[in-house]
Every structure is written in C-alpha cells, then in structure tokens.
Design a protein around this ligand. Structure first.
Ligand code: AMP
Ligand code: MG
Length: 352
C-alpha cells in the first residue's frame, strides 16, 4: 500500500488543508487508517465503531489485541452515545481538562465493538486539544480509535517522520502537523471504580485530578516496577517505549552520576560499542561519549517530556548500542516522565 503524507499547519487550517482533512476523514469512514498529530503524541486513527478498523490498527502496529484502544471524540454529545452513562466525575473532569491530555475510562454500551476495547466492557475516551485532530474526528464520523502511531514497543512518535518510519506502506495516510506540544501520552483515569484511579500518569497530574474530584488513587504498578501486580491498564504490562540499544538510568548526586557515566561510557566505547548519554542543558557539556543529547531543562519538566521520545528515537537513528540517562524528579508531571523512562530502560536503574 502506498502511504500518502500530507502537511497541515495546526494554526493555519486553510481551504486546501480543510479539503485534505475531508479526504482523510473519508479514508477513516471507509475503514482505512490515518496517522495524525494530537497535543500528546501522534495517533494511528481508525473508525472506533468499526471492528475491522480496529483489527487493522492492531495489525499495523503489531500490537497485542488485548491492549485496548483510546476512543477520541470532538464533542460531549458524542461521548454520551457510546457509554452506559456519563458519571458526574467525568463531567467535572471534562469541564476542567477537555479538550486536553486526559483519558477517562467508563462503561461502554453496545455501539463500541469489543475489537476496540480489547474485549473489555469499559472504554477509554479522550478529547484531544489539537485542531487537526478535532477536525479529523468530525470529518470521520465522530469516533476515532487511536493508539500511539508507533510500532508496538517503540517510543511513541512526537514528529511525523517516526510515523513514516514505522507505518509507511501499512496505512493509507499520515498527516504531518509538526512536532507535538506535550510529547508524552495522556493521563488515564479509571472512573468505573469507587475511587477514581490513575492507570497511566501524564501531563494532568494526581494533584490536578484531586483538586477537581477530591479522592483519587494511583495504580501501584505505575510507581513500583517490582510490585508483582498486573497493571490495570492492559497496555502498561507490555515492554514499551524501548530504544533499540540498552538503556540504563543512573540515579544519585549529580557529580557522581557524571563520573559514573563517563567511566562506563569509556569502558563500553573501548569494547567497540557506540555509546549515547541523555543529559540536561546544564550537564550536557560534562559528558564524554559518542553521542550526547540534552532532553531539556531539569527545572522545566515540560521541556524534558517534549524531547524524551524524540531523543530515544534519535539514538536509534544513530545506531547507539548502549545508553546512559540521568534520572529525574518523580513528583507531579515528573511521575509521567519517570514512568516512561523506566519502561524504556526495562527498569534498569543503578543507584550510586
Ligand atoms: P496508547 O493507545 O498506546 O496510548 O495506549 C492506550 C493505553 O490505554 C493502554 O495502556 C491501554 O491498556 C489503556 N486502556 C485503553 N482502554 C482501556 C480500558 N478500557 N481499561 C483500562 N485501560 C485501557
Ligand atoms: Mg502507545
């Protein structure tokens, strides 16, 4: 299959872009797949109410079919039509955070096929805060099932070229809307339990949710990789976000971290490996390795989230065998950053 790549500027959707979005919407209405930008990461979209479309999404990504998809909507009325009821908590959260990087889990009704929910009676729903995404959803009938637009297991794409790398030849169309704003996937909160529970951390933090709902829990498996429990979001049990080389996170006092990384980078280099280091703006110049990249400003977590997946992909582009990364504060939005980094590293952490 030939994959068409089209460019659209989110804040300048002119008549030509509108026509392209109409065409993209038709691809989805006809059962095809389109990768598109959201404010979190690029999504791989198909008609959420068409079981065949969901099957195609799993096939294109190589994703296990028990890992449910998030349904994207563009307005509240549409949400009402696919769930048994909209809980009061969902209305409050939608008012506070939609459109935005928050996915809510509710009880589905019969309109949503089990192919989309990985066999579950619940459905994950989100309204993305990106004009291209919202217009595409409207043009394609109102319900787009979209996981991240990467091959299963790899870091999620934050620029279109990584959608092209993973999905070219497998889907009908890719919409290039430039680098996304946030860079990490949405926060997922389950509203079907007595106390709402965060199943995946993201830009909308525990503190932000508590401000709206009062009591909110966090799935323990997010924080503790060795809890031995099954994550409540089926997708969180899989190896994810992984670069091709081996990544180790080094945690400790900054000068010791730099010393450790430089020593081990040298050793690995001498044994013929290509070595990469993930540092920050203030530490980048202190490292010696084949490739050194900054993920941003340690004091501004948004910069780190924005760059993390891109940097992991760039190490793949440069065929890096061994990577070392600094560790980051895991409170607030940092919890999402560390959750992704730990998964990318297969929980390979050295504390010094
Ligand atoms: P992705 O589409 O790559 O952002 O992954 C979607 C995530 O949402 C996966 O971790 C899924 O397991 C999770 N998810 C989707 N639907 C549900 C659901 N009904 N219940 C629990 N987790 C879900
Ligand atoms: Mg994903």
């Amino acid at each position: 299959m030939e994959t068409e790549v089209i460019q659209i500027a989110e804040h300048n959707i002119d008549e030509a872009s509108q026509k392209s979005l109409f065409r993209a919407g038709k691809v989805i209405r006809d059962g095809g797949l389109v990768a598109f930008p959201t404010e979190t990461v690029y999504g791989l979209g198909g008609d959420a109410l068409n079981p065949e479309s969901s099957r195609k999404i799993y096939a294109a990504k190589g994703r296990p079919s028990d890992n449910p998809l998030i349904v994207h909507v563009a307005d509240m009325e549409h949400l009402e039509t696919i769930v048994k009821e909209v809980p009061e908590s969902a209305r409050k959260l939608a008012k506070a955070f939609w459109p935005g990087p928050l996915t809510m889990i509710m009880n589905k009704n019969d309109k949503v096929p089990y192919e989309t929910t990985g066999g579950l009676d619940t459905v994950a729903i989100r309204m993305p805060n990106n004009q291209i995404a919202l217009e595409l959803i409207r043009q394609s009938g109102g319900f787009i099932a979209a996981p991240s637009a990467n091959t299963s297991g790899r870091p999620s794409p934050t620029v279109a070229r990584y959608c092209v790398e993973d999905l070219s030849g497998k889907i009908e169309m890719i919409i290039d809307g430039g680098q996304v704003g946030i860079g990490l996937e949405s926060t997922i909160v389950d509203l079907t339990s007595d106390v709402p529970m965060i199943l995946r951390p993201g830009y909308i933090t525990l503190e932000m949710l508590k401000e709206v709902l009062g009591q909110v829990d966090v799935d323990r498996t997010i924080i503790d990789g060795n809890s031995g429990q099954r994550p409540k979001a089926p997708g969180m049990k899989y190896r994810h976000y992984a670069p091709k080389g081996q990544l180790t996170i080094i945690q400790g006092e900054q000068s010791k971290v730099v010393e450790y990384i430089n020593l081990h980078a040298k050793e690995a280099s001498e044994s013929g490996k290509k070595v990469g280091v993930i540092g920050t703006d203030s530490t980048k110049s202190l490292y010696h390795a084949d490739v050194i990249k900054s993920v941003g400003d340690r004091k501004d977590e948004k910069t780190i989230a924005h760059e993390l997946f891109k940097v992991l992909r760039e190490f793949d582009d440069e065929n890096i065998d061994i990577m070392f990364s600094e560790s980051f504060d895991d409170s607030g939005f940092g919890q999402a950053i560390m959750n992704r980094l730990l998964k990318a590293a297969g929980h390979n952490v050295i504390i010094i």
